[in-house]
Design a protein. Sequence first.
Length: 201
Amino acid sequence: MNTPKFFVAFLFLLFITGCDKKILLTDKALKWIPYKGNETLIFNSNTRDTDTIFLLGANRQLVPSDPLDVFPTNLDHFSISARHSDPCPPSGNQRYLEGSFLELTVGEDKQPYIGIDLTAKDSWFYGGRFLFLKNLDTIKPISLKTSTKVYKDIIILTPESTEYFDRSNYVTKVYWSKSEGLIRFDKKDSVYWELVNKYGL
């Protein structure tokens, strides 16, 4: 007589516990985010040009692993958007676009990964979308001296492929500081850009 009630109660309990599945980013993973999300980043090139990236805010939310799943796992996702120069503006006219700048996500396997969306004046980093932190942690940091500072925790990132190497805006290297973020990026035409100032609102 009590079997249907027990079955309904069991299904309800299963539904409640199933809806609560979530995987959060660890404090260790979050240390890879060196920005508050309101900074202005000013870069100078070795050709005496200047460019600015404006961070537009940070957002953290739980994203379902599969929206069609009855009981999806909710994955922790942190992102920062930015206003940046168009890397290939029409007719060569300078203009600004808005889009993603940095993302930190954890997968269903509990492995966190970072995505760096670097687009700037005549510069585009064709890569950096799925950089697993377990792999980045194995890269030995180097020191880098810029015109304004010496950084001792730099790792160098390279594109995942050379598919777009023929493009003039192709970035060959990104110099990333775990404590301060984007410091420098090199292009294939020997032009490089360095961070000269960073300030928050």
